[in-house]
Structures are given as C-alpha cells and as structure tokens.
Ligand binder design. Structure first.
Ligand code: F6P
Length: 546
C-alpha cells in the first residue's frame, strides 16, 4: 500500500469541507483478526526477560523499539510486544485509514461529525502565525494570528504591571486543566512577583479560599470558558465579580474597573460582554475544550512565562504536529504509542494505564491526561452510533514519582492486575540541589527495571512476577518547547486510538445527563420536593435537608 501524500502544515487551510469518510472500524479489518490469532499464539506467553536475555538481542530490541521524536526520546522496548506484533498493528492503522483520517484533520475536514465541526487546534501552533509574518494567510489564520498577537501583548502588559500580583483563572475542564498543568510545569521559568490561582469547582470553598488571600486592587480575574455558559464557571465568575465590587468599594473601585480587573477567554464574546467584561480574547469552535491551552485559554501560561515562552510552547507542539503529519508509521511516535494502547486494551485486556512523571512540576499532568484521553475516547458507540464490540479508553491515572512509589506502586509490582506504566523523566532539573536529581533518575530507571525483571521468592510474599510493561519518555529538560511537544504527542496519540476504534474523539455527550439532573435536583434541596425521585436519591436529599 502506498503512503498518502504527507500533509503540509505550512499550507494555508481554507477549511474547504470535502467528501471525507472514515475507514473501516478496527474489528472490521483483516489485521484485527490477525492480531487476535497472534495474541492467542504468543501474547500471554511473551516474556520481556527472555527478549532481553541475550545481550545482542536486547541491544537490537532497544534500538528497534525506541526512537527520538521532537524534543523527547521514547523507549518502548520494555513493552509486551515483538516485531510481528508491531507490524500487525501498523497494518491495523493502515487498514482503518488512520493516515487518511489524519490528513482529513489537517485539511480542515469536519472530523468531529456529531457536532459537525472541524478540529484544528494544530493551527494555533503554526509558527507562521506565531511569527507574525504570514503573507499568504487565509482569513481564519489571520484571525488566529491577530488574536495571538493581542493576547501576547496583553500578557506582557500584565507582566509589566507590578500592581497586579494575583492572577485568578476561573474555568473548569479544558479551561482549567491545561493552563494549570502548564503554569505548574513551567513554574521555574515563571515571572516572580505573580501568584497564580486556579478555581474550577462549584464548591465555594475553593473560590472562598482564594478570595481570602487576594486584594481586589491587585487581582486580575480571567474568566475562561469556551462556551461562557458552564454553570460552575458562571457561578464562580458572578461571585468573583460581586466580591470585587463589594471589597473594592473601599479602595474606590467600581463597575468601571472591571475592564482592568477582568478578562474573558471564550468563543462566546457576546456573552462575556453581557457579563460586563470588555477585555475579551476569542477562539473558534474548532478548538475543543480539552485541546484549548494553545488558544486564548493559554493566557495564564503566557502571563507566567511571557510571550517568547508561549511562542516556544507553540513551536514545540508544532514540531510534534509535523512529526505526526509526516513521519512514516514505523517511526511515528504518536502512532506507535496509540497502537501499543490498542494492543494492551483490546488484546491483553489491560483496563488502565499509570502515568508516572518523575518530575514534580508535572504534578497535574495525570489530571490533564485524564480529561484528554477519557473525555475523548471514553465512548461506547462508533461515529455511526453503533455499539462498539470492544473496549475503548482505559482509566488513566497517576502521581509524580517518587511519591507514587510510597502509595500505589505496591499494586503495580505485586497486584493481580497488570497495569502498564508510563515513566516521564527529565535529564536536566530546574533546580540542581545536590544529590536529588541522581536519586530521582535512579528511582525512575529502577522502577521500570523492577517491573520488568521481578524477583523470585519461593516463600511468596517477596515474590515479584516481573514481566510488567512500561514505556519511558525522556525530555532533555522541562521547558516550554518540550512541554508543548509532550502534550501534542498525547493529543495525537488519542486521535490515533480514537481513529482506529472508529469513534468520535472530539465530542463529550456523556457529560450532559448529570448536568441536566443537577438542575432538577438543585431546587428540590430548598423545597424538599422528592416527587419522582428514586428512594436512594430521595433519602439522601432528606438527610441533606435534615
Ligand atoms: O466537561 C465538559 C466540558 O464541556 C469540557 O469538555 C470542557 O473542557 C469543560 O466542560 C468546560 O467548558 P467551557 O470551557 O465551555 O466552560
């Protein structure tokens, strides 16, 4: 089969919508059957220790199942697969039309069919736009460029304003997790003198605790909401505004000062204006909520690390976009990782994946990846609404190492379930305190090794079965470019597995029902009306009112 023409990200996207159709679903391909036969024959019996037993074979394996990608190195060799497995998985990717689907996304086709939307967050990180020299940009790109320029200029003005010491981001889901994760990750490069607070929860205790620490005259509230309708965010924003007007009155602050102390990051600029906000940075509906940290939603990141740093973040992600768009499948890291995910989920039946960043600044990465992967691929029907006869998104979870070692690693080593672990380590620490980094790195390497080699003990309790798989990602250092590349890697990996499963990775209908029911229950808390409720919900309601 010949490779399709590599998409060029440098080509302006006129967003023409062609007659694009998805390839067959995974289970409808010959490769799926071949993988099943291959798994039955050699999957359960595969032993990593044997694969590494002969040094030359181990060397070859390390070479074959590891690779350099933009800004990071990936070692996949400690995973339960051999050349035949990977070759069949590449067949699966080809037969399900991953390359065509990828090309369709980059060409601006509506690859989000249930919402009839394009998916083009990658456009936000095209350096042609970031470099502000786009001679031949289409209208959409011009808009992206103009917004980015305005947002970065605003970020620089906030950085230069010493009176603004506290930045409070009010947003939830993708309007919280991305900026929060990135600001924490890049805190070593963040501007001194600015404190960042992220308020997401409807729980007033979260906002209340932040408001107790800040002063209206020194605070900038960023109201981050793609839709500007999310109840949590709107409730928090209204409370923050009321607090600002109430507490600010003593400082001579009033309605007119909202312009300086509130900004909105949204696709719904009219709603933000109705709220009373004059400073708005918009983005388009082709940016999904969990793919939005590259858009105006990234403003807290830009304030923290500056315009230059934000451009580097975009450039790192763009480098990964180019890699994903152009590298052959065999050397395409998002594709290889996604195929491994499929192998584990659908053939080995592993139901979760642990993310273990051995870099404390990546504290919020597991939470970020939970939304990215589980909201994208936690689906039970394909794009045509047909129930899927196989499992989809695994549970993604984790904590930074070495903390996790003293919590759940016991289960990873000796529990009854096999849980693939993804180590993420950084070569150069941000703060080189004597002795720390060598210990941290040694622990990451040792845990991956221990999972694989195990330890025999006839007595039982000290027995480690070993043969437990892991992937190791290594970054030179945690800087904006490598973080951008890492996140884009995960985005594309989720795209590929969703593509193979034949589902829509870009909608999230599953969050709607709970929202609707909450609106029904809220007035019942005041009225006590339990009519039509099941006995359990009614019983709990009565206890809350007692
Ligand atoms: O949880 C559903 C969801 O729509 C997410 O996809 C999104 O990131 C979050 O809510 C917040 O949405 P918004 O940015 O529109 O407030």
């Amino acid at each position: 089969m010949t490779a399709p023409e590599a998409p060029s990200l440098a080509t302006p996207h006129n967003a023409s919508i062609g007659s694009y159709s998805r390839g067959p679903r995974a289970d409808e391909t010959p490769a799926w059957q071949a993988l099943q036969a291959h798994f039955e024959q050699s999957g359960p019996g595969f032993d990593l220790r044997e694969a590494f037993a002969v040094p030359e074979q181990g060397q070859q394996r390390f070479g074959q199942f590891s690779q350099q990608a933009p800004h990071l190195f990936a070692d996949l060799s400690k995973n339960l697969l051999d050349s035949k497995t990977e070759s069949l998985l590449f067949d699966l990717a080809r037969q399900t039309g991953v390359e065509q689907h990828r090309q369709a996304m980059f060409a601006g086709e509506k690859v989000n069919p249930t919402e009839q939307r394009q998916v083009m967050h990658f456009l936000l990180r095209n350096p042609e736009q970031g470099g502000f020299e786009g001679a031949a940009l289409s209208e959409g790109q011009q808009e992206v460029q103009t917004t980015l320029k305005a947002m970065l200029a605003y970020a620089e003005s906030v950085r230069a304003d010493n009176s603004l010491t506290d930045i409070v981001n009010i947003g939830i889901g993708g309007s919280d997790l991305g900026p929060q994760m990135a600001v924490l990750a890049l805190q070593a490069q963040a501007m001194p003198g600015k404190r960042f607070h992220f308020v997401a929860n409807i729980d007033g205790d979260e906002l209340g605790a932040v408001l107790a620490q800040v002063k209206p005259q020194n605070t900038l509230f960023l109201i981050a909401s793609k839709t500007f309708t999310t109840r949590e965010t709107m409730t928090n924003a209204n409370t923050a505004k009321a607090w600002f007007l109430r507490e600010g009155a003593a400082q001579g602050l009033g309605e007119a000062d909202i312009a300086r102390h509130f900004a909105a990051l949204t696709t719904n600029v009219p709603a933000a204006k109705v709220f009373g906000i004059r400073t708005c940075f918009g983005f388009k509906d082709w940016v999904g909520g969990r793919y939005s940290m590259w858009s105006a939603i990234g403003l807290p990141i830009a304030i923290a690390i500056g315009a230059q740093g934000f451009q580097e973040l975009l450039a790192g992600a763009h480098a990964m976009d180019l890699h994903f768009a152009t590298a052959p499948l065999q050397q395409n890291l998002p594709v290889r990782l996604a195929l491994l995910d499929i192998w584990y989920r659908n053939f080995h039946g592993f139901s979760s994946r642990n993310v273990a960043p051995y870099q404390h600044a990546l504290n919020r990465l597991p939470a970020y990846l939970q939304q990215l992967e589980m909201e994208s691929n936690g689906k039970r029907v394909d794009t045509q609404g047909r129930p899927l006869p196989f499992s989809t998104s695994p549970v993604v979870w984790g904590e930074p190492g070495t903390n996790g070692q003293h919590a759940f690693f016991q289960m990873l080593h000796q529990g009854t379930d096999v849980i693939p672990v993804e180590f993420i380590a950084v070569k150069q620490p941000a703060y080189d305190l004597p002795g720390h980094h060598a210990q941290l790195t040694a622990n990451a390497l040792a845990q991956a090794q221990a999972l694989m080699v195990g330890k025999s003990d006839a007595g039982g309790h000290r027995h480690f079965t070993g043969n437990r798989p892991s992937t190791f990602l290594m970054l030179e250092k945690l800087d904006p470019a490598s973080l951008g590349a890492l996140i884009a890697l995960y985005e594309h990996r989720v795209f590929v597995s969703g593509s193979i499963w034949g589902l829509n990775s870009f909608d999230q209908w599953g969050v709607e029902l709970g929202k609707v029911l909450a609106q029904d229950i809220e007035p019942r808390l005041a009225s006590g009306d339990a009519a039509g409720l099941d006995a359990s919900t009614a019983g709990l309601l009565a206890l809350f009112r007692a």
